[in-house]
Ligand binder design. Structure first.
Ligand SMILES: NC(=O)C1=CN([C@@H]2O[C@H](COP(=O)(O)OP(=O)(O)OC[C@H]3O[C@@H](n4cnc5c(N)ncnc54)[C@H](O)[C@@H]3O)[C@@H](O)[C@H]2O)C=CC1
Ligand SMILES: O=C(O)C(=O)CO
Length: 325
């Protein structure tokens, strides 16, 4: 009987359809021991002993882990695979899959929601009313403002579409020219995103090329009253540079769903800055997307087991041509 380990804690329930989908396809499904720290290589290797596939979260699949496991498929619940060394997975003949298309609306809705929340100072006004204050200071109007989208993948494209529908002017940067540009979106060089945007929203993968793209130099080019929204990866922002810039009066506000270290724990230096809104890496999660993502993560494993090749969802498909279960 083929075996699957589910490391992603959020999905540790036998009540969800993905669990039954795997079982009905003949898989023996295990949940990882929550007392183990799977970001420690030895504990992850130990947890994967005897497992043919893993439904995973953001734990690190380093070359040292990948060399020591016999697992055939790493099926990521999600789309960002920066925690997996794909080259090392390929070298060790391990297929890496992701759940493309299952969570993009959720992440785009979160980004747009944060823009509204910051423009209307929703958190502060709520606290004030509860404290007996009646501060009616208005915020800016969203319609007519310029949104700069960095990365026109599925989420960036959906965010751009939503913003156009809200009456925003939308400019975007992508490393290559997308085959289809959403109506009303203008492609611009990256420097123009920093200079022209009233709101910058990050939607690129975190790679050595994009890491710390928000830093002292790029922040200095942004408008003083701009908003910065990050629902992509914490590594895209140099956090000390952001703290220094905002303490110096740069930016009207920021919304960070992701941080360099997650969970953030207590006392993160950015917590001292009042006009940053945080959320716990949940932009891509809504009640529908978690079901769709887990079903698709299971489906990716079953497809590979049964000899189908979901190439559009296998990250290393082009380098694993002779892969067999
Ligand atoms: N906070 C959350 O809950 C979630 C965060 N994410 C993050 O958002 C990112 C985007 O997600 P999707 O749009 O679904 O992914 P996608 O795969 O459709 O798009 C990735 C984007 O990154 C760009 N990119 C990749 N490498 C680049 C480079 N070296 N330089 C410039 N651009 C580069 C691509 O051109 C593309 O625009 C993911 O990589 C992930 O890190 C995704 C889902 C949920
Ligand atoms: O899909 C992703 O990349 C996410 O960050 C959600 O886990």
């Amino acid at each position: 009987m083929p075996t699957v380990l589910v490391t992603a804690h959020l999905f540790h329930t036998t009540d969800w359809p993905y669990y039954e989908i795997l079982r009905q396809s003949g898989f023996d499904v295990h949940f990882a021991d929550r007392t183990k720290s799977l970001n420690k290589a030895d504990q992850l290797v130990e947890a994967l002993r005897g497992m043919d596939a893993v439904v995973c979260s953001t734990e690190a699949y380093t070359p040292s882990v990948l060399r020591r496991i016999k697992t055939r498929v790493i099926s990521r619940i999600g789309v960002g695979y920066d925690s997996i060394d794909v080259a090392a997975a390929t070298e060790n003949d391990i297929a890496v899959c992701r759940t493309t298309g299952a969570g993009y609306q959720a992440a785009a809705e979160h980004a747009i929601g944060m823009i509204f929340a910051l423009y209307r100072d929703v958190v502060k006004r709520n606290e004030e009313v509860r404290a007996g204050l009646w501060n009616r200071t208005p915020g800016p109007r969203l319609a007519g403002k310029t949104l700069g989208v960095v990365g026109l993948g599925m989420i960036g494209t959906e965010t751009a579409r939503m913003a156009v529908a809200l009456g925003m002017r939308v400019i975007a940067y992508n490393r290559s020219t997308p085959s289809e540009l959403p109506s009303g979106v203008e492609l611009v060089p990256l420097e123009e995103i920093w200079k022209q945007s009233d709101v910058v929203s990050l939607h690129t993968a975190c790679t050595p090329q994009t890491e710390r793209m928000i830093n002292a130099q790029t922040l200095a080019q942004m408008k003083d009253d701009a908003l910065l929204i990050n629902t992509a990866r914490g590594g895209l922002i140099d956090e000390p540079d952001l703290a220094a810039a905002m303490k110096g009066g740069k930016l009207r506000g920021a919304a960070l769903d992701v941080l360099q270290q997650e969970p953030a724990g207590e006392g993160h230096p950015l917590f001292a800055i009042e006009n940053i809104y945080f959320s716990p890496h949940m932009a891509g999660l809504d009640q529908q997307s978690i079901v769709d993502m887990s079903n698709l993560a299971a489906r990716n494993i079953i497809d590979l087991y049964e000899g189908r090749w979901p190439a559009e969802r296998v990250v290393n498909a082009s380098n694993l041509r002779d892969w067999k279960w």
